[in-house]
Design a protein around this ligand. Structure first.
Ligand code: ADP
Ligand code: ZN
Length: 608
């Protein structure tokens, strides 16, 4: 056996005995080999792809401690708990510890007793810490959430910039940077800013086939959300994203009134409340977090069954990152969004008011256009998403709203011309509600004051309802035929793009409004995760979950640290009768077998 063969065998052995998985997934094997051999790697893999193993296994095979740079102190405890549940020696050093604890951990590091050590970048770069690392044996540096070094991305953290220093100071230690952010500019910036230009690059497909995408424009988004939850997620954990803090709080309160357990999360809450709510989300079954974009990065919870948006995100990057937090465990999950005219107006006018320089503004506008394009799309959402990231999916996915229920289009040419001329005739100074009133011939005091009841467009739109007109205006704004004023009052103006249509040179086909929402059904709202379990096995599924909950409460760790949902599902598929058979279940490694095997076997035997 060559050295490499021996090391690869070690790596596979670790995967099987410690983690309890049969084989490497996707590019994991190549990545692990690269780092074991002492080479640098840049890894782009979607959430749930299995990035952690890419540095954990090399850290175990190579001599010394793996140093893991991770941005969020609050999550380090969970990361360490997860490794300790596999009987690995993991620790962190951060500002929440007192001097004695830090000292203890530093000594353990120096005596080689730690397999993996988590630190935040600002801590790593302190002179004292660097001096300590000089004296320790280091297996590798793993830089998690590496997109934080990119100013282009949405999570820039300036402490990450300093990490380029590792290249000079520890030239012999391999470095592996990992991120789930896909776009090429971010990728290039990571390579440059971390001095990883020569690193081996591993780019996985960004498809998340287990996530079902649905984007709609319901009249009442909140009710639609409740329908969606009742129909698909009666007792599942999930995230609801809103744009403003106020809406976050109102929505959380409202969900609680509807009998769901929901907590708010946004940057305006006191730090301890935020941390508490985050912890509950990780620990409790079926909790909903209603959050602004401040929530989610670095959260490893594998069984988030849905991510809902009550507002349109600013870019496809943000949308994909946020929805990507669903279904890390590979089980079926939902990405659901409701948006409306006001979203489109708000975002358009926010962009117009932004004080960024022209170049930046153009980029931001382009991103927003792409997001709006995705929302208004009539084709496969997944194909559009992947193509945005330079990935191709040859045929439609069959697992998005447009694939499952192809939207009808209608010839909106005439209606759109009426809508546009109404903007023009009233002087391009009014918002959509006013324009709709004019089209419908409403005799309001305001309309009379401006004399618009004498206009040629007054009352020419009786063939559509007010909601249909709003819907049409939304699509015209989304398509860029109308722009929204910077004044913040939402008045709309014609753009160059509107001309061909107004002149009758171009037809316009638009997405038809869906006919009513699916009715609420209180029954049958089991999530897909448990729906994949047969009716007959439901009691066993519940019993396994309840045992898991007891054990995780006892240990004070999140339930998934004991076993995640896909491991429980595999237990039900295999129905092991003894320890040997239990060891074959995916996710049952040696240590967990010893720790929990008997108790889970007992439950399974009871139901056999
Ligand atoms: P990421 O960090 O890329 O989002 P994780 O490292 O958290 O993903 O892995 C996602 C899930 O997939 C975890 O539950 C993990 O245990 C599981 N997993 C990772 N690699 C494998 C594998 N080779 N076989 C089976 N499950 C795996
Ligand atoms: Zn599709």
């Amino acid at each position: 056996m060559t050295v490499l063969e021996a090391e690869t065998a070690d790596a596979l052995d670790i995967l099987q005995t410690i983690y309890g998985y049969d084989e490497f997934r996707g590019q994991q094997r190549e990545i692990v080999e690269t780092v074991i051999q002492g080479n640098d790697a840049l890894v782009l893999m979607p959430t749930g792809g299995g990035k952690s193993l890419c540095y954990q296994i090399p850290a175990l095979v190579r001599r010394g401690t793996g140093i893991i740079v991770s941005p969020l102190i609050a999550l380090m405890q969970d990361q360490v708990d997860a490794l300790q549940s596999l009987n690995l020696n993991a620790a962190f050093i951060n500002s929440s510890m007192d001097a004695r604890e830090i000292n203890y951990t530093e000594n353990a590091l120096l005596s080689g007793d730690i397999d993996m050590l988590y630190v935040a970048p600002e801590r790593l770069l302190m002179p004292g810490m660097l001096a300590l690392l000089d004296r320790a044996q280091i297996a590798l540096f793993a830089i998690d959430e590496a997109h934080c070094v990119s100013q282009w991305g949405h999570d820039f953290r300036k402490e990450y910039m300093g990490l380029s220093l590792l290249a000079e100071r520890f030239p012999d230690v391999p470095r592996i940077a990992l991120t789930a952010t896909a776009d090429e500019r971010t990728r290039d910036e990571i390579a440059n800013n971390l001095r990883l230009q020569k690193a081996a690059k591993f780019v996985s497909s960004f498809d998340r086939p287990n996530i079902k995408y649905t984007i709609g424009e319901p009249q009442n988004p909140r009710d639609a959300l409740l329908n969606f939850l009742d129909n698909h997620h009666v007792d599942d954990a999930g995230i609801v994203y809103c744009l403003s803090r106020k809406k976050v709080e109102q929505t959380a309160e409202w969900l609680n009134k509807q009998g769901r357990v929901a907590v708010p999360y946004h940057a305006g809450l006191p730090a301890d409340e935020r941390e508490h709510n985050q912890k509950r989300f990780l620990r409790e079954d079926g909790l909903i977090v209603v959050a602004t974009i401040a929530f989610g990065m670095g959260i490893d919870k594998p069984d988030v069954r849905f991510v809902a948006h009550l507002n349109l995100p600013k870019s496809i990057e943000a949308y994909y990152q946020e929805t990507g937090r669903a279904g890390r465990d590979g089980l079926e999950s939902n990405a659901w969004m409701a948006y409306g005219l006001q979203d489109v107006i708000n975002l358009r006018s926010m962009m117009a008011q932004s004080d960024a320089d022209e170049k930046h503004k153009r980029v931001e506008n382009h991103k927003l256009d792409s997001m709006l394009g995705l929302a208004e799309l009539t084709g496969c959402r997944r194909q559009a998403l992947l193509s945005y990231f330079g990935d191709t999916l040859v045929s439609p996915c069959g697992n998005c709203d447009n694939c499952i229920n192809p939207p009808q289009t209608w010839d909106a040419t005439d209606a759109a011309r009426k809508a546009l001329s109404c903007v023009y005739r009233t002087g391009q100074r009014f918002g959509v509600s006013y324009l709709v009133d004019v089209l419908l011939g409403k005799h309001s005091e305001r309309i009379q004051r401006f004399g618009h009841d004498q206009q040629s467009t007054f009352g020419i739109g009786m063939e559509l309802t007010s909601n249909e007109w709003r819907n049409l205006y939304r699509q015209l704004i989304a398509k860029g035929l109308l722009s929204v004023d910077v004044d913040g009052h939402g008045s709309v103006q014609l753009t160059e793009e509107a001309r061909p249509l107004l002149r009758g040179e171009q037809p316009l086909y638009l997405r038809q409004l869906p006919k009513g929402e699916a009715k609420r059904s209180k029954s049958g709202g089991r999530s897909k995760a448990s729906a994949s379990i047969s009716e007959q096995d439901q009691p066993l599924w519940e019993a396994l979950r309840s045992l898991r909950k007891q054990l995780s409460d006892l240990a004070g760790v999140p339930a998934y640290v004991v076993f995640n949902d896909s491991t429980l599902a595999d237990m039900i598929a295999i129905k092991p009768r003894n320890e040997n058979e239990m060891a074959m279940v995916s996710g049952v490694g040696q240590h967990k077998l010893e720790q929990y095997g008997e108790e889970f076997l007992d439950v399974i035997r009871d139901y056999a």
